[in-house]
Design a protein. Structure first.
Length: 132
């Protein structure tokens, strides 16, 4: 089970990293527990999602408002159905011209080859400041 979990998580991030967003969505269960922390009044795509369509909207809005400068997954740790992806990113906010960067940990759960939980842990304060 551990290797299946690791493989699913690695494939999800590989698809995101190579611009295969639609194919990445195929690895999400429905319903799912998706959470990215942040000020939803300032950054409306942050918060909770529970369907592939809502996650697709998350990626669409982020893509319209942010220019990626760096994104890397340094390590995926897996144990049974649980995994943690550790990495870092740097993005430019298109509207303000300000950049933000953060290390992150994503807590994931996988069942039957699909991601059932995705909880991002990042520096949401630094992200919010880049939008002001």
């Amino acid at each position: 089970m551990t290797e299946s979990t690791r493989s699913t998580v690695e494939e999800f991030f590989r698809r995101i990293g190579t611009g295969e967003g639609e194919r990445a969505l195929e690895l999400l269960a429905e319903p799912l527990d998706w959470f990215t922390p942040g000020d939803t009044a300032l950054i409306p795509w942050m918060g909770r999602r529970s369907t592939r369509g809502e996650v697709a909207d998350f990626f669409e809005q982020a893509g319209e408002n942010l220019t990626p400068q760096e994104f890397s997954i340094e390590r995926v740790l897996a144990d049974g159905d649980a995994a943690v992806a550790l990495g870092s990113f740097r993005y430019l906010v298109n509207a303000t011209g300000k950049a933000f960067a953060s290390e992150f940990a994503v807590e994931l759960r996988v069942a039957d080859g699909l991601i059932t939980r995705y909880h991002m842990h990042e520096d949401s304060h630094a992200i919010s400041l880049a939008f002001l």
